[in-house]
Design a protein around this ligand. Structure first.
Ligand SMILES: Cc1cc2nc3c(=O)[nH]c(=O)nc-3n(C[C@H](O)[C@H](O)[C@H](O)COP(=O)(O)OP(=O)(O)OC[C@H]3O[C@@H](n4cnc5c(N)ncnc54)[C@H](O)[C@@H]3O)c2cc1C
Length: 387
């Protein structure tokens, strides 16, 4: 079925944290003819609806971009939003999902029903010189003067783990609660986690929780470190006063100290439970967890051969979708890439109407732990383009 409607000013594709942040930071956008297409059943929670892990951020990092006197000011009074924002440190990501659900509902209330599409996904975007057209899975088509892609990030199987593909599981499956399936009466062992970022150590934390709940069921977990691990410190003096670990990255004062906060590895360092587990394992205090260092994956082959299950925690890519510009394919939709943007927030080359929000894998490349500043920046870029 094809439904033709008058071209919109702006079409937002995907409305998780980033889409929600964009609209609530710059509510003037909703004064234009805006439509939102969200593949899920509601606006707001996006991927956080599924994560069953602790955050790598603090509750107070969120919703500071909402003007208390603006049209979304009342969401700051909601108990779920207050509960999140008053959490001083890390928190269960389901708390963020709950807060985002309320903010998403507030956005939905401000859109006419004809301009809110839930439970349908965009399967192709044609960005032509005159107009951008999005085709949905249902066959519906929406035309707009400008589009924001806010479809998030995804994890795909890496070619270098192909020899072991039959026993590879993605870290995202574990952080979404998939360890329950693995952790039956007879858990597989050993489990090898390849990658030592927040995703890798979050997966290990899930096994720690499972073993605490079922003390009789034990498994051995091996984390393969290919590069030294960055740990977050509030400042240089905290780093100097702390114990050093053989697998720990040594910060470069010229590059790794945030000029704004003085934090070390502000955006990429392990924090909270992940940091504590890394340190305890480094001190040999975690009998079930072993860390090994391999400069190349080939060096880890003996552990990978022996593994009952391999968890890939080697990073995320942009969740792209088939994108054509004047008939030429820009993305196939299956590409493993990070969306590279111009200074105007648009995908180059082009007429500057195809904006992207948050399709760069966490941590963000603008040296922030959360993308707060990006929401207002991108929203203002879009408003100025719309004229
Ligand atoms: C292990 C892990 C821990 C993390 N911890 C934190 C943290 O503590 N704090 C933090 O800020 N970030 C954290 N992140 C990053 C987090 O994933 C992102 O910050 C957040 O999900 C980004 O929101 P988003 O809106 O870009 O993407 P998403 O939340 O994934 O939202 C994208 C939305 O687009 C929709 N969508 C996708 N494709 C289509 C389509 N074709 N058509 C229509 N809709 C579509 C989806 O349904 C979804 O709702 C973590 C990431 C990982 C992997």
């Amino acid at each position: 079925m094809t439904v033709a409607i008058e071209p919109l000013d702006l079409l937002l594709i995907g409305c998780g944290l980033r889409g929600t942040g964009l609209v609530t930071a710059v509510p003037e956008l909703l004064e234009r003819r805006v439509a939102i297409v969200e593949a899920g059943g509601c606006l707001g929670p996006g991927s956080f609806a599924e994560y069953q892990i602790e955050s790598n951020s603090s509750g107070s990092d969120f919703f500071g971009w909402v003007d208390p006197r603006g049209p979304f000011g009342d969401v700051l009074e909601h108990p779920d939003v207050i509960a999140l924002r008053t959490t001083p440190g890390n928190f269960r990501l389901s708390l963020l999902a709950r807060a985002l659900r309320h903010v998403g509902a507030a956005i939905a209330r401000r859109l006419p029903p004809s301009r809110l599409v839930l439970g349908d996904r965009v399967v192709r975007v044609n960005a032509d010189d005159e107009q951008i057209t999005a085709t949905l899975a249902s066959g519906r088509r929406l035309a707009a003067r400008s589009v924001v892609l806010a479809t998030g990030i995804r994890e795909t199987q890496r070619a270098d783990l192909q020899p072991w593909r039959d026993k590879v599981i993605l870290s995202s499956q574990i952080v979404k609660g998939g360890e329950g399936r693995l952790f039956g009466d007879d858990p597989p062992t050993p489990i090898v986690i390849v990658g030592s970022s927040h995703s890798g150590y979050s997966a290990a934390l899930r096994f720690q929780e499972a073993m605490a709940a079922h003390p009789a069921r034990r498994c051995e977990v091996i984390v393969v470190h290919r590069t030294p691990v960055k740990l977050f410190y509030t400042g240089w003096s905290e780093f100097e006063a702390s114990e050093r670990y053989p697998l720990e990255a040594i910060p470069d004062p010229a590059r790794d100290v945030c000029p704004e906060t003085g934090n070390l590895f502000r955006y990429s360092g392990l924090r909270h439970g992940a940091k504590a587990l890394f340190r305890a394992a480094s001190r040999q205090e975690v009998p079930w967890l072993h860390q090994i260092h391999c400069r190349a994956l080939g060096e880890a082959a003996p552990w990978l051969d022996r593994a009952a299950v391999i968890i890939q925690a080697m990073g995320y890519d942009s969740n792209t979708l088939p994108l054509y510009r004047n008939g030429e394919a820009v993305w196939s939709g299956a590409d493993r890439l990070v969306a590279e943007l111009g200074a105007d927030g648009c995908l180059p080359p082009g007429p500057g109407r195809l904006f992207v929000m948050g399709m760069d894998p966490y941590p963000y490349r603008d040296n922030s732990l959360t993308p707060t500043g990006q929401y207002a920046l991108r929203g203002k870029q879009i408003l100025s383009m719309l004229g």
